[in-house]
Design a protein around this ligand. Sequence first.
Ligand code: FES
Ligand code: FES
Length: 182
Amino acid sequence: MFFRKSQPQAQGAASPHAAGTVRVAMTVNGKAASADVDSRTLLVHYLRDHLRLTGTHVGCDTSQCGACVVHVDGRAAKSCTVLAVSCDGAKVATIEGLAQGDKLHPMQEAFREHHGLQCGFCTPGMIMAAVDIVNRKGNQLDEATVRHELEGNLCRCTGYHNIVAAVRAGAAAMSGTRQAAE
Ligand code: FES
Ligand code: FES
């Protein structure tokens, strides 16, 4: 999982608007999105408050829980650590972009089948992190690898056993399928 620098980067066309406000444009789940935001706006708040993509959760204020994980240019990122302006021009994928219509993404289906959730609060971040693990580590994941790779995602309900089983099953099921909406 990577962390963007906390300083805004002139990656794309984020342009000054009103005082302290910038227009940020990016591709989110395959669709163009833009909004005028305070330059200090975090990506997670851009997604939730401006785009109404509330599947990405905020579970802490210490960058520890992973409930906010999305993909930025194909890599998992904790969106509470990323300024929206630093993603100007980027391709962002959120949990809302995984399913294809009524058909769940294989990783979502694996969490459902293996009961990898209870309250579900951590689940969007878990699933986005899990898809990223598969993208980086492949489809055959042993238990130790999954547990190590999920260090940055906290769940206070499940005890992780079922989450690990779900990630392993989802990884295998993702073989030969599209990895994530970008
Ligand atoms: Fe981002 Fe907890 S809300 S790590
Ligand atoms: Fe409740 Fe993970 S299912 S926090």
